[in-house]
Design a binder for this molecule. Structure first.
Ligand SMILES: Nc1ncnc2c1ncn2[C@@H]1O[C@H](COP(=O)(O)OP(=O)(O)OP(=O)(O)O)[C@@H](O)[C@H]1O
Ligand SMILES: [Mg+2]
Length: 500
């Protein structure tokens, strides 16, 4: 039974997100949905999931119009979604999150009904095991990393045995191994006749996953093509109306002076004895698999989670340990991995979020003028090619990729000397990525250094002067991207000799 949309339109105050979208999704196929940030992909998924009501148009299942008035109703009709933004309840356990709203009950002695916690945990473990995920299902979801949370959400959606499964950027936080695993699973589901809708900005992964690709552009269908026709140039043409150059400039010298020195930094259980020097103007990458300790390292350098031993040296000043306020004063910025929890205040405006980290710079004699902020935000919006309807509206109204750009803009505004980037291109379309890289290159030319943690290994090879590889909390190799192939980098990240 195919799923179709006929003339779906979605208006938000001030924006038309979908302008008459008609698409058809066949069972047993994996349909990719791609498009620039703000093109309308997540809006379409939310309409299918019953989370949003279309302004006009209809949805047909097997040729019959259906109403999807709530997520529950969509689930009852067999439509499940994993949304782009993490949505687990952090205070609840993994098991409770998976079975939220449908906890199995048993009748106790007397007449009471009780949640059968044993059963909840057993089923949760079973669900995750089907995914080769072995987590403590009693742990609070908020304690998990972004990738693990995402895996739990996927497992949760699949536990409904849906006829239609939609995944909105499921791999944006996953490393290679997890991604491959997910793909195997999706192929298996497709062969069982399930309709799969798959959204991604990692265009290189389409060949391994999609049967068919639909491109949304500015709220309209720009085209639907078979996977054989989907060359990078064709896709870029449909998505952006042009192709994208991806050259790294040759003139990005690294200076001899150190901007940041890390000496024997250790945080027990996260990483051990990490030492390296980040030079002025250098773009230094950190590669590694999930759980290698990359995010933990950045957080400890910045002082969010203090190191147990070792030193962070900024401009000859030895910090033991460092603290975020001190680091900010010294011109160090950290753009975090999880934009929802740490990066942005969702209810506050785009302007507020972009300026909050740089208030002291924007202030003259204790005053900060709204107009000055607006000017700063306008130029950032232009530089990062952001789609922002109203900068005074809550940042939560922006598409996922545009929110990511706000996180970057917020820190760029502080005029830092060193930026620690944790997955800076997560959820950003390929064109915006190149713009982000141009910014990193411009920073480098000005002598500003970048430390970049990314699961996109190709990207690290493209943009970095040097790459450190982390494995099980240690730096195990330092690689020169010009002399390293992607295969070598993958193998270095994976080699298992030191694993405990
Ligand atoms: N709650 C909202 N209120 C107002 N406008 C919104 C809201 N949610 C989304 N929009 C707007 O609708 C448009 C489409 O957004 P959508 O999230 O569907 O894009 P997307 O294709 O998923 O982008 P991305 O790749 O960045 O995730 C954007 O212009 C966005 O700003
Ligand atoms: Mg989206």
């Amino acid at each position: 039974m195919p799923l179709e949309t006929a003339g779906i339109r979605k208006e938000y105050p001030g924006t038309v997100a979908l302008k008459g979208v008609s698409l058809r999704f066949e069972e047993g196929k994996i349909h990719a949905l791609v498009g620039k940030n703000g093109a309308g992909k997540s809006t379409l998924v939310k309409i299918f999931a019953g989370a949003l009501q279309p302004t006009a148009g209809s949805i047909l299942l097997n040729g019959t119009p259906i109403q999807l008035r709530s997520p529950r109703e969509a689930l009852e009709k067999g439509i499940a979604a994993v949304h782009q933004e993490l949505s687990l309840v952090p205070e609840l356990s993994v098991a409770e999150n998976i079975f939220l709203g449908r906890l199995p009950v048993k009748t106790g002695f007397g007449q009471g009904m009780f949640v059968d916690w044993r059963e909840v945990e057993r089923r949760a473990e079973e669900t995750l095991a089907g995914f080769e995920l072995h987590l403590d299902v009693r742990a609070k979801a908020g304690r998990l990393g972004v990738a693990q949370q995402q895996m739990v959400e996927i497992a949760k959606a699949m536990s409904y045995n849906p006829a239609v499964l939609m995944l909105d950027e499921p791999t944006s936080a996953l490393a290679r191994r997890e991604t491959e695993h997910l793909f195997e699973l999706l192929h298996r589901l497709a062969s069982r006749g399930i309709i799969l809708l798959y959204i991604t900005h990692r265009l290189q992964e389409l060949q391994g996953i999609a049967d068919e690709i639909s491109v949304l552009r500015n709220g309209e269908v720009a085209g639907t093509i078979g996977i054989q026709e989907a060359s990078p140039a064709t896709l870029a043409g449909l998505m952006f109306g042009q192709t994208i150059p991806t050259e790294r400039p040759a003139d990005l010298p690294v200076q001899a002076a150190a901007a940041l020195e890390i000496r024997n930094l250790t945080r027990t259980g996260a990483f051990q004895e990490v030492s390296f020097t980040l030079h002025r103007g250098e773009i230094l990458g950190i590669a590694g698999l999930l759980g290698a300790g990359r995010t933990e390292l950045l957080r400890s350098i910045f002082g969010v989670d203090p190191a147990d031993s070792g030193e962070v040296v900024v401009d000859g000043m030895v910090l033991r340990p460092s603290s975020p306020s001190q680091m900010k004063r010294l011109g160090i910025a950290l753009t975090p991995e999880n934009r929802k929890a740490e990066g942005l205040i969702q209810n506050a405006s785009t302007r507020f979020n972009m300026c909050i980290a740089s208030l002291d710079r924007l202030t003259t004699g204790g005053f900060i003028t709204r107009e000055r902020e607006r000017t700063v935000v306008r130029s950032m919006v232009k530089n990062l090619d952001m789609l922002v309807g109203d900068m005074e509206a809550p940042v939560s109204m922006l598409s996922g990729g545009n929110q990511q750009k706000v996180v970057a803009g917020k820190w760029l505004n502080t005029a830092p000397r060193v930026i620690l980037f944790d997955e800076p291109t997560r959820g950003i379309d390929v064109q915006a990525k190149q713009q982000m890289f141009q910014i990193i290159y411009d920073l480098s030319r000005k002598g500003i250094s970048s430390l970049v943690v990314s699961s996109e290994l190709e990207e690290l090879l493209d943009i970095c002067h040097r790459i450190l590889v982390m494995r099980s909390g240690r730096i195990v190799a330092t690689l020169d991207p010009r002399r390293t192939t992607i295969e070598q980098l993958v193998v270095t990240c994976m080699e298992d000799g030191t694993r405990s």
